[in-house]
Design a protein around this ligand. Structure first.
Ligand SMILES: CC(C)[C@H](C(=O)O)[C@@H](O)C(=O)O
Ligand code: SF4
Length: 457
């Protein structure tokens, strides 16, 4: 029978079935400091060990400071969280990527760039944005703290099979429009719970044309439509990205792996439970206006009059009929597991080159990882951002979630490349507008939200 990519990934990992659920084999587990303390505690209480430590990889990202990394961490809670992760990993034999090392970064940035994330595998992490790794054709999904413990002890998880949804982006993106705009357009169309219970596979010409960075942005935000996971079938772009990555297979193993990875695409006649088609060539840059990622509009339109948005608009200090263009901003954030990769920094830099951040705007660039930072510095992007008035920081989640000391004051309004615009996400009372890196760069220069297509060179 014809199968979808999701079906193939599922079938190759089922160990047992009962009560309508399947016991799935979990190939890889990523860990960070926020979601794992209880998982390790549970192992200790039950006297369990980690079954296959070599399939697990840990890094601290959420609460780490993005400045003065040569000094001890100031914040006591953050310092304790990071130290605990390090101790737990040492005690259970799990590899930990040190804060001072060259491989540290946001968990969803380092997995792919190290070649830890591979097509055809199941990959989990105690973090909702684990869907990012689905860009490689891996079955990747976020799990809870107790499930992290289960995976460490048993290398398996009971899961209910998801329904399938294919989202086909026809045509090509226009200049100035990116994967972030595709993600926001999709979420705007289906709503924040529109894909609940579904595994979403992205397909179509515009997806095939995306770089791995773009595909990761798309899969990363899939979770904001309520989906369990996002997927893109692996292709030449995927293989070219993974070749020679530090932990990717080599030599004959590489050839065998690629031959297997080529079989993972959905069969031509595979049926999906739901099909959505979006014309990519008609997508304009998108900006969120509310406090949920689906409260989003394309530029060139005005905010809808709808009682459902009353609370959000009140929080955001906006009104129905307002256009997003011209809304003044005082902060700009370029970073996160959605848009903190080299390509994202390049897209922002291309807009900024030779210009300066507007008076009264505080702008931050937080590379997604040490490797992204090093690569950006090798191209001189750090100097370009600093000359333009941006702060150039050390890698971590930073202002995406404000769990470290990067936090906005109440009433601040931020143009942000991150993925969640919830109330207080970037600081109590702060307002977040999600958009692409190029759009954030343009907003930082203008001091207000502008259409990057009108400022880009
Ligand atoms: C802290 C962590 C568990 C959380 C998540 O699950 O996604 C965070 O990464 C987020 O983006 O809100
Ligand atoms: S960058 Fe943001 S979304 Fe990504 S893992 Fe960190 S807090 Fe979560």
């Amino acid at each position: 029978m014809a199968r979808t990519l999701y079906g193939k990934l599922w079938d190759t990992h089922v160990v047992a079935e009962a009560d309508g659920k399947a016991l799935l084999y979990i190939d890889r587990h990523l860990l960070h400091e926020v979601s794992t303390p209880q998982s390790f505690e549970a192992l200790r209480e039950d006297g369990l060990t980690v079954r296959r430590p070599e399939t697990q990889l840990a890094v601290a990202d959420h609460s780490v400071p993005t400045h003065d990394r040569d000094k001890p961490i100031d914040d006591r809670q953050a310092a304790a969280q990071v130290a605990l992760l390090e101790r737990n990993c040492a005690a259970f034999g799990i590899e930990y990527l040190p804060l001072a090392g060259n491989d540290q970064g946001i968990v969803h940035v380092i997995g792919p760039e190290l070649g830890f994330t591979l097509p055809g595998i199941t990959l989990v992490c105690g973090d909702s944005h684990t869907s990012t790794h689905g860009a490689f054709g891996a079955l990747a999904f976020g799990i809870g703290a107790s499930e992290c413990g289960t995976v460490m002890a048993t290398q398996t998880l009971w899961q209910a099979r998801a329904r399938t949804m294919r989202v086909t982006f026809t045509g090509r993106l226009a200049p100035g429009v990116s994967a972030k705009d595709m993600a926001l357009a999709f979420i705007g169309e289906v709503g924040a719970s529109g894909a609940v219970g579904h595994a979403v596979e992205y397909a179509g010409e515009a997806v095939a044309a995306l770089s791995m960075e773009g595909r990761m942005t798309l899969c990363n935000m899939t979770i904001e439509a309520g989906a369990r996971t996002g997927l893109v079938a692996p292709d030449e772009t995927t293989f070219a990205y993974l070749r020679d990555r530090p932990r990717a297979p080599r030599g004959e193993q590489w050839d065998a792996a690629v031959a297997f990875w080529r079989t993972l695409a959905s069969d031509a006649d595979a049926a999906f439970d739901r099909e959505i088609v979006i014309a990519a060539d008609g997508i304009a840059p998108h900006v969120t206006f509310g406090t949920s990622p689906d409260q989003v509009v394309p530029l060139g339109t005005v905010l809808p009059a709808d009682a459902r948005f009353d609370r959000a608009l009140h929080y955001m200090d906006l009104r129905p009929g307002d256009a997003m263009e011209g809304v003044p901003i005082d902060h700009a954030f370029i970073g996160s597991c959605t848009n903190g990769r080299l390509e994202d920094l390049r897209a922002a830099a291309a807009v900024i080159r030779g210009r300066h951040v507007a008076d009264g705007v505080r702008a931050l660039v937080v590379p997604g990882s040490m490797r992204v930072k090093a690569a950006a510095e090798a191209e001189g992007l750090d100097r370009l951002f600093v000359a333009a008035g941006f702060e150039w920081r050390e890698p971590g989640c930073s202002l995406c979630v404000a769990m470290n000391d990067d936090r906005l004051p109440p009433g601040a309004r931020c143009a942000s490349t991150s993925n969640r615009n919830f109330e207080g996400r970037q600081g109590a009372g702060a307002r977040t507008h999600l958009m692409s890196p190029a759009m954030v760069a343009a907003a930082a220069l203008a001091g207000r939200i502008v259409d990057v297509r009108q400022v880009a060179r």
